[in-house]
Write a protein that binds this ligand. Structure first.
Ligand SMILES: [Zn+2]
Ligand SMILES: [Zn+2]
Ligand SMILES: [Zn+2]
Length: 504
């Protein structure tokens, strides 16, 4: 049967099929590599593979390859090693399971991600007719479930019992709601998975890209980055790291004892790493938040380290008719949660003015230095795909993580449902500049810039901030060409300067 000794039934197995004695015999007779895969010994596995490369995809009495065992025992490094040696993720055990079924069954999103990256079929059915999505629903593996949904797993598949994944989980549970949201989407012609991860593995959670609308391929005219790049010496901070402000807190950083928290003029984060409720409302003064950084003596678990932990939410890049690319969350997001940062090239305003396409530039305030711009045109992150909404579910706040180089972080302004598009308000100045040529397509009841009857033209109306008509490349992200047009700058300039410690 090929079951582990430590656990009950595996995916696709009927209870009567289990016979412990047989299993023990099978285990005893297992080839060496299978045994090592169970134990997770990478070095030994490497040696065995060198001696006998054929062992890699050999199946034991239960039809399982070493990859199955490494998966079931959640040995991530070994799964990585076996895949790197060419282990085949399409092999099925005698119950018809792929390794992917097992990864989901034991609840390992990181192994499931590796298997999907290696080309595993997201909709494969095992002997019971269960897809990995069925198992994720049954076993309450929420992280795996949203990962599969983001990879375009079909929600309509029925198992042998005639049940869809939605029927395999508790009604009104988070998994149920995520499946329900996916089932309720307008029936686009089958959404094609264009790319498993636009971040090429650089984000902790993959960002798949799907298109069920047109023939547009996955966006490729930029390089995905997970840090800001400083390409222009004019924006380098005037002070060296040695004089950079940091804290020496021994325990948890909080106001009024931590200078980093104090520098933000208020406590922006709650102890559990959310944006403070009064800040999440969306109208609060616009930061910046000074997070603790690598010169601070506090632990990585410090509550004043939030944006720097990076993306943790399962997102998906998808195509919207008339709007181009958009970003949605595949899982529920509580109010005040950090979603992602806007990364790009940090350039001076002068340099930004020289650049032809300002579609992806975002003005940031250096406080201590010159005004500058984050341009996501050539180097950027998922933030560059966020569209505008007049009733946004995201809030953009400037955040400084170490030294004086600013960034932009997005937080949820309210609780967000699975499947919702993520958007933020580009700001009045944006629309003052663009409103004559473009109309807003956010369709929210409070839309301030909806298309008027006589104009703009249909073409131009299609050009929400997300879509330019004058260029073949979609104009999306933050279009704040002039330094004056940043909504961040429209917030009252706070009297931060006198309170900051002198830098010299
Ligand atoms: Zn501190
Ligand atoms: Zn700290
Ligand atoms: Zn600190």
């Amino acid at each position: 049967m090929g079951l582990s000794e430590s656990r009950g039934l595996g995916p696709g197995e009927a209870p009567s099929e289990r016979q412990a004695d047989e299993e023990d015999e099978a285990v005893a007779a297992d080839p060496l590599l299978h045994m090592e895969a169970r134990k997770g010994h990478c070095d030994t596995a490497r040696q065995l593979l060198a001696q006998d490369p054929e062992a890699l995809n050999s199946q034991d009495a239960s039809g399982r390859t070493p990859l199955f065992w490494a998966t079931e025992y959640r040995h991530e490094s070994l799964v990585e090693l076996l895949l790197a040696h060419g282990a085949d993720p399409a092999v099925r055990d005698h119950e018809g399971n792929l390794c992917l079924h097992w990864a989901v069954y034991v609840g390992s999103p990181s192994i499931a991600r590796m298997l999907l990256d290696a080309g595993s079929d997201v909709d494969a059915l095992n002997g019971q007719g269960d897809s990995p999505l069925h198992l994720a629903a049954q076993e309450r593996r929420y992280e795996c479930l949203v990962l599969l949904l983001a990879h375009g797993a079909k929600v309509s598949l029925k198992n042998r019992a005639g049940r869809m994944a939605l029927h395999c989980c508790k009604p009104s549970s988070p998994s149920w709601r995520a499946l329900e949201a996916a089932s309720a989407r307008p029936p686009h012609p089958a959404e094609r998975l264009l790319c498993r991860d636009i971040s090429r593995g650089f984000e902790q959670v993959p960002i798949p890209c799907v298109n069920g609308v047109d023939q547009e391929p996955a966006p490729g005219a930029f390089l995905y980055v997970t840090q800001n790049l400083v390409s222009d010496s004019a924006v380098l901070p005037a002070t060296g790291w040695g004089r950079s402000q940091h804290c020496e807190c021994a325990s948890s950083c909080s106001a009024p004892t931590c200078p980093c928290v104090e520098r933000g003029l208020r406590s922006w984060y709650t102890p559990d790493g959310r944006l403070a409720p009064d800040a999440a409302g969306g109208t609060a003064e616009a930061g910046p938040i000074y997070e603790c950084h690598m010169l601070c003596s506090c632990a990585s678990s410090c509550p004043n380290r939030v944006a720097q932990r990076g993306l943790r939410t399962q997102l998906q890049l998808y195509r919207v008719p008339g709007k181009g690319w958009a970003v949605r969350t595949m899982q529920e997001v509580p109010r005040g949660a950090f979603l992602c940062q806007y990364f790009g090239e940090l350039i001076s305003s002068a340099e930004a003015a020289q650049r032809e396409d300002a579609a992806y530039s975002f003005v940031v305030d250096m406080q201590a230095g010159p005004e500058c711009c984050l341009d996501g045109r050539f180097y950027g992150s998922v933030g560059r795909f966020l569209n505008h909404s007049c009733q946004p579910n995201l809030l953009a706040l400037p955040v400084v993580v170490g030294h004086e180089i600013p960034g932009i972080a997005f937080f949820s302004a309210r609780a967000i449902q699975a499947g919702e598009e993520l958007a933020f308000d580009y700001g009045e100045r944006f629309w003052e500049a663009k409103g004559r040529r473009w109309a807003c397509l956010c369709k929210s009841p409070g839309c301030r810039y909806r298309p008027s009857r006589e104009g703009p033209t249909a073409d131009a109306a299609a050009g929400d901030p997300g879509l330019g008509t004058s260029t073949s490349y979609p104009l999306r992200g933050f279009s704040r060409k002039s330094a004056r047009s940043s909504p961040l700058k429209t917030a009252p300039r706070r009297s931060a300067r006198p309170r900051r410690r002198p830098l010299r």
